[in-house]
Every structure is written in C-alpha cells, then in structure tokens.
Design a protein around this ligand. Structure first.
Ligand SMILES: Cc1cc2nc3c(=O)[nH]c(=O)nc-3n(C[C@H](O)[C@H](O)[C@H](O)COP(=O)(O)OP(=O)(O)OC[C@H]3O[C@@H](n4cnc5c(N)ncnc54)[C@H](O)[C@@H]3O)c2cc1C
Ligand code: FES
Length: 252
C-alpha cells in the first residue's frame, strides 16, 4: 500500500454525469490488480476529511484511471480537477478478483457504475477466455459500457435493450453460457443479491464486488463489516477481506 501524489492527465465526461479521470501514478499502476480500489483525497485541505474509495478502472503503463459520477461533495470536488493538478491516492487497497482458474468464459454483470472495475479485469484476462458483458441500469442515460466487450444491456424502463433488470436478462441468455463459466458482478446491493441467488441456483462460480461506507479503507477502523457465511455471527471487512468475495461466502 502506497500513498502517491498522482498527476491528473485528463478528466473528461464520457456519459451524462459520468467522468473518466486518468492520472500518472506509477507505483500504484504497477502494483494494482483488477477489483482492487484506491482511496482518493479529493482536496488539498482537511475538508472533506475522509478519502473517497474508487475502483481501479484501468492501469496502463504508469497511469491509472477511475470512472465516477457526482454523488456528493467529494465527487463534486474531484470532478473539478484539471490536467496537471495533483491528487493524493492511497492504494492498492482490498483483495481484487481472482482471474486465474479453469474457466473458458467470463461473464461480466454490472449495474450502473458497477461497470467501473471491468475494463481492467477484461484487459487482464488470458486471451483464450471469451467475455460476455451484461449491463443494467434504471434508464438509458445511466448505462455505463465503457471498454466492455460483447455487451448486452437492460433498462428497468425499457428505454434501451431488454426491458427489465439485468438478472432477468441473464436468466434469458444463460443458454449462451458454457459449462465452466465464471461470473463477475459489481453494482447495487439488490442486484448483487439477485446475482448471488442466480449463480447459486445454476451452480455457477461467481465473484462479486461489494460496496459500503468506508472510513480508513485498510482494516483499522472496523467500520465496514459484512456478514460471513462461515459461522453464525461472523463478519468480514469489506475494505480488507473484500471488496471482492466469492458469492457463497457472504450474506447480503
Ligand atoms: C470499494 C468501493 C469502490 C467504489 N468504486 C467507485 C467507483 O469506481 N466509481 C464511483 O463513482 N463510486 C465508487 N464508489 C462509491 C464512492 O466511493 C462514493 O460514491 C463516494 O465516496 C461518495 O463521496 P461523496 O463525497 O461524493 O458523497 P457523499 O454522499 O457526500 O459522502 C458523504 C459521506 O458518506 C460516505 N460515503 C457515502 N457513500 C459511500 C460509499 N459508498 N463508500 C464509502 N463512503 C461513502 C463518505 O465517506 C462521506 O463521508 C466505491 C465505493 C467503494 C466502497
Ligand atoms: S473502512 Fe476501516 S476497517 Fe474497513
């Protein structure tokens, strides 16, 4: 884990209210795995006090990229960064996806900005693995398909693609899945819960990247517990043991 003064290369909108931030951050870029995240200090002052967590979206050469939307004050400040500005980044944090293993097909399942970690995951996969991406959102303008492969989309309101949620779309399309498929999911908790059920019912291997409010981001404050299926009343920490878990290992 490092803190690095990263230099913004660019920050640009790629969709309505979705920004791509690329920064020169060689130590983090060369040490981060798909599914890990960084804690970004969004301002040079003590306000806001807490760093904000963002998934690694791309790590290429000496640069890292993040995808984010304006949620509250922290992301509002971040969206004001310009080329040449410095931002203090803490990372790599968390465990990341396990991309090795004996599977032939990687099925990406993303809800809204849950697609943020997947460009780097796709880029890191062995080229023999087929990639199918399923992306859902409430409405067309919330869809984020940046650098995904073989994308099928769903919207709750039917403004683009399949009308319904992304797990209903998966149910319809699962005939396309090979026997040794592996699912990778990231998105809102209700979506992850439905994905957890879908993968258990179909006996698919599945890893999910979870999200919760965080303070420290590396296991000190104990502020990010998630219930584990290992024992009754046992908990894991999202920031340290996750944010990626085998879908069988946690209770959502
Ligand atoms: C592991 C992880 C990866 C993430 N990856 C991305 C990403 O790639 N792109 C993206 O847009 N968003 C991502 N998020 C969510 C992002 O961290 C929140 O949207 C952001 O912290 C909101 O900050 P804000 O100041 O704009 O919002 P505010 O709502 O103003 O934040 C208010 C307070 O709540 C806390 N808070 C609110 N929501 C969260 C949250 N989900 N996690 C932690 N603290 C929170 C903040 O620390 C802050 O103190 C991720 C969250 C986690 C945990
Ligand atoms: S955020 Fe502090 S322990 Fe997880």
């Amino acid at each position: 884990m490092f803190t690095e003064k990263a230099v913004v290369q660019f920050l640009k909108p790629i969709e309505q209210n979705i920004y791509l931030l690329k920064a020169y951050s060689p130590k983090i870029s060369q040490n981060i795995k798909p599914g890990q995240f960084c804690n970004i200090k969004v301002s040079d002052t003590d306000f806001p006090l807490l760093r904000r967590p963002f998934s690694i979206c791309e790590a290429e050469g000496d640069c890292v990229s993040f995808l984010f939307n304006i949620h509250g004050i922290g992301t509002k400040i971040l969206s004001g960064k310009r080329e040449g500005n410095e931002i203090n980044i803490l990372g790599p944090l968390g465990n990341g996806f396990n991309i090795s293993g004996n599977y032939d097909q990687a099925v990406i399942v993303a809800g809204g900005l849950g697609s943020a970690p997947f460009p780097y995951l796709i880029n890191s996969l062995d080229s023999s693995k087929e990639v199918l991406s399923y992306v859902g959102a409430q409405t067309k303008t919330d869809l984020v398909t940046y650098k995904l492969k073989s994308v099928s989309i769903s919207t709750d309101d039917g403004t683009a693609g399949f009308k319904g949620n992304v797990i209903e779309l998966l149910e319809k399309q699962k005939r396309l899945f090979v026997k040794n498929v592996k699912l990778f999911g990231c998105g809102p908790t209700p979506m992850l819960k439905a994905l957890q059920k879908f993968s258990a019912e179909n006996n698919y291997e599945c890893e999910i990247s979870t999200e919760c409010a965080m303070a420290c981001g590396f296991g000190i404050c104990q502020g990010c517990p998630i219930e584990s299926t290992a024992n009754i009343n046992s908990y894991k920490l999202v920031c340290k043991d996750g944010p990626v878990f085998n879908s069988r290992d946690i209770v959502l």
